[in-house]
Ligand binder design. Structure first.
Ligand code: C2E
Ligand code: MG
Ligand code: MG
Ligand code: MG
Length: 276
């Protein structure tokens, strides 16, 4: 009988779904408090060359909620996006990552910090000026900041994306396309957007076992080379993957094989050990 009311309203009678909605609302309320309570932190995962020399790091947000414990960014970032909290969270990330960059950049090999930018942040008209202001405030050269955007973030409005990316690059920032290969869009946008780097998604790196052929990864690396873009392979966990990627011409790596995301302090210790 409820079915007659059509899609959507039918599900409201499903107690399980009702529970999901309630726990989602509760989590959203918790998230709203989290910034003020200082429940967020940033971890940094090294980005390395084939010898493991640390050339940069990706800042990754962590939320340890007093109420819910560890909540993965895969859960709360989408929630933050739907509720509009992503703007405050994104500002927090930029502020903290940049203030940390001042310390990391004292290390000789350390070139660049990568920061994840949500489509919603990128769509904000004030985004470009905010970033420029933050880099001035912390005296971080924009050339040492790589902004990681996903296809979904860029392709909603390609004209606007192109003009914003151009502004960001004119200011000196680097642009990476994150999770490359997981979207559904045509490749022509790659030629039309001003990018510096492609990050090959872990899902593709996972398929490298040293035995099977890997035409997709090879093609991605080749596309990057033809477009003069840097390539970072994400989620490198095994030596055979590293070896295969090196043979395919990839020069930058990120993954548990080298290091997991770590607190700033641990990364600073690693960087200090390198200079011998
Ligand atoms: P992402 O930007 O693609 O980040 C890479 C994710 O892969 C991270 O998960 C990292 O910890 C994980 N990873 C890296 N190497 C390995 C590996 O070798 N093995 C495995 N199993 N995992 C590996 P994390 O930190 O859970 O972040 C998940 C996603 O949440 C990120 O994917 C990104 O989309 C989003 N995210 C994280 N921090 C932020 C942030 O500050 N702002 C925004 N907007 N999104 C963020
Ligand atoms: Mg990323
Ligand atoms: Mg990624
Ligand atoms: Mg990913």
């Amino acid at each position: 009988q409820a079915k007659k009311k059509g899609r959507g309203s039918f599900y409201l009678f499903d107690p399980k779904f009702q529970q999901q909605i309630e726990s989602r609302i509760a989590l959203e309320e918790d998230l709203r408090r989290a910034i003020g309570e200082g429940e967020f932190s940033l971890m940094y995962q090294p980005q390395v060359d084939k010898n493991g020399v640390i050339l940069g790091a990706e800042a990754l947000i962590r939320w340890i909620s007093e109420k819910n414990g560890f909540v993965s960014p895969m859960i709360f970032i989408p929630l933050a996006e739907e509720s509009g909290l992503i703007h405050a969270i994104g500002d927090w990330v930029i502020e903290n990552a940049l203030s940390q960059m001042v310390v990391f950049s004292q290390s000789k090999n350390f070139q660049s910090m990568s920061i994840n930018v949500s489509a919603w942040q990128f769509a904000d008209n004030a985004f470009v000026s905010k970033l420029i202001a933050a880099s001035k405030k912390h005296a971080v050269e924009p050339g040492r900041i790589t902004l990681e955007l996903t296809e979904t973030g860029l392709l909603q409005n390609i004209q606007e994306a192109r003009s914003k990316l151009t502004q960001l690059r004119e200011a000196g920032f680097k642009i990476a396309l994150d999770d490359f290969g997981t979207g559904y869009s045509s490749l022509s946008y790659l030629r039309d957007l001003p990018l510096d780097e492609l990050k090959i998604d872990k899902a593709f790196v996972d398929e490298i076992d040293g035995e099977s052929s890997t035409p997709l990864v090879e093609s991605m690396i080749s596309i990057a080379r033809h477009l003069s873009l840097d390539v970072v392979a994400e989620g490198v966990e095994h030596q055979v993957q590293l070896q295969a990627l090196v043979e395919m011409g990839c020069v930058y790596f990120q993954g548990y094989h080298f290091a997991k995301p770590m607190p700033a302090k641990a990364l600073i210790e690693l960087l200090q050990k390198e200079v011998v």
